[in-house]
Design a protein around this ligand. Structure first.
Ligand SMILES: NC(=O)c1ccc[n+]([C@@H]2O[C@H](COP(=O)([O-])OP(=O)(O)OC[C@H]3O[C@@H](n4cnc5c(N)ncnc54)[C@H](OP(=O)(O)O)[C@@H]3O)[C@@H](O)[C@H]2O)c1
Length: 435
């Protein structure tokens, strides 16, 4: 251990769910970490918005500040741990940390998805690094496996459940027959969903995480805007009931795959057969399945959020950085970009579909529907008549298709909507296989 290093100084940005977990565990396990690293890990400053606020755990009050200069100006701070969240000012703070020669550990998926490549490039120039294991899948190790353990593979596919809030909502809808609004309200009451749930339920959060995973896995640059995205708000309790009867569950999947016309990268709800491993990932749990040419499939599963699981990933990165600093190691494995990503258009996607339609109860209607679908090369795997509403003289049917193209499906749906006999298209959800 170089004599100059008597400790590793930490500047903590944020003392919320994750930040207070990090502060608490650095305190509770101080001796263990000091022996692992060789010197103690010491929090020197903590940036917050409101010093007076009550906290789950707070270090010595004198360390708290609302002034970022108090953190960046402290020469004893070697590592900045950013657990504030949001794009601004977190992005500027991470940049500032790197520019002033600090290592950074962050849990911020939005900043790393939108600006990760620039920030990592800057860090390399400055001879430091940014570690971001906690940004995807909370405590589940997945960034590090992609950066290191899978390096010998060409990753061909990623299939993941990486948003705990939506997975909790979908699980309640599936298990308890709850409607979307009720399940969302429960998630909010339990602190799993924020009061404005847009980021989660519209799939933005999952798209940020998938952009990070795809960039690492495919050694390219995937911006979150390149991820096709649909949220879960259109799914009804009926869809769950019918999917269940057919042997499927509905999950918000994050999918990325190398295909002949480019990378297909998407976040949307999907029917998944209930026997597939990913279909069994329930509640706030997350799972990430990667497929490599040498290894085949590997599935990482665990707690994708929460104070201590996320702290597990943040502190692991911190210990990694600290050991490097103590031993004078500068270089670690970095993200190497091998090319520019071409993103395949959704229109060329080939998959199966579940469709729920309300039809006028007239003779010959089904034949008309089948003929419209047939015109777009969509063949039916099954058609099940569900409820009939005798007073309205309508019937609800559920169609499962064989593999079709997204382009054909969009055209067929548009045409179906113009038919007098089609009272409504209840929903149309892709059916995916992850095994
Ligand atoms: N929660 C999880 O389970 C989880 C899991 C994985 C990743 N993450 C990521 O971890 C990060 C933190 O999440 P969190 O749940 O811990 O958030 P949080 O509970 O809302 O805490 C945010 C903290 O940052 C501080 N802060 C926010 N904006 C600030 C500003 N402009 N200046 C100074 N301080 C500011 C807040 O200060 P005050 O306390 O004074 O308001 C608060 O202490 C996010 O990037 C999130 O996506 C969270």
């Amino acid at each position: 251990v170089p004599a100059s290093r008597h400790s590793i100084g930490i500047g903590l940005l944020g003392l919320g769910v994750v930040g207070s977990g990090v502060a608490r565990i650095l305190d509770e396990k101080a001796a263990v970490y000091a022996s692992r690293v060789g010197v103690p890990l010491v929090i020197r400053r903590v940036l917050v918005r409101d010093i007076e606020k009550e906290r789950a755990f707070a270090p010595d009050r004198s360390l708290l500040t609302t002034d970022p200069e108090a953190v960046f100006g402290d020469p004893e701070i070697d590592v900045i741990v950013e657990v504030m969240g949001g794009e601004h000012p977190a992005y500027a703070y991470i940049q500032r940390a790197v520019e002033t020669g600090r290592y950074v550990v962050t849990a911020n998926k939005e900043v790393m998805a939108k600006h990760g490549p620039d920030l990592l490039g800057l860090a390399q120039q400055k001879g430091v690094d940014i570690l971001y294991e906690a940004s995807v899948g909370g405590g589940i190790p997945v960034i590090s496996p992609l950066k290191r353990d899978l390096l010998a593979n060409s990753v061909s596919a990623i299939a993941a459940i990486i948003n705990g809030t939506t997975n909790y909502i979908l699980t309640r809808m599936a298990r308890d027959g709850m409607g979307y609004s009720e399940a969302l309200r429960q998630a909010q009451d339990l602190g799993y969903a924020e009061s404005d749930p847009t980021n989660d339920v519209e799939g933005f959060d999952a798209a940020y995480k998938l952009a990070i995973l795809a960039s690492l896995g495919f050694h390219t640059l995937v911006h979150p805007d390149q991820v096709y995205r649909e949220g879960i708000t259109a799914i009804t309790d009926r869809d769950f009931r019918y999917a269940g009867e057919l042997g499927y569950v509905i999950k918000l999947l994050a999918l990325a795959r190398r295909e002949p016309d480019g990378l297909r990268i998407r976040v949307h709800p999907a029917l998944v057969h209930d026997e597939e491993p990913i279909a069994k990932v329930d509640g706030v749990f997350n799972a990430i399945q990667l497929e490599g040419d040498l290894l085949g499939r590997v599935l990482f599963q665990g707690r994708g959020a929460g104070s201590l699981p996320t702290t597990s990933a943040v502190v692991a990165d911190l210990i990694d950085v600290a050991i490097g600093l103590v031993r004078g190691w500068r270089d670690r494995l970095n993200w190497v970009r091998e090319g520019q990503a071409t993103v395949a258009p959704m229109e060329s996607l080939r998959t199966r579909y579940y469709m729920r339609l309300t039809l006028a109860d007239q003779p010959g209607v089904l034949a008309r529907i089948a003929s419209v679908l047939g015109d777009h090369s969509i063949s039916l795997a099954s058609v099940i008549q569900k409820e009939a509403d005798e007073s309205a003289q309508t019937a609800e049917i559920v169609i499962m298709t064989h593999v079709a193209t997204e382009a054909g499906l969009s055209k067929a749906l548009a045409e179906l909507r113009t038919l007098e006999a089609v009272v409504g298209v209840g929903n149309c959800i892709r059916v995916e296989t992850t095994v």
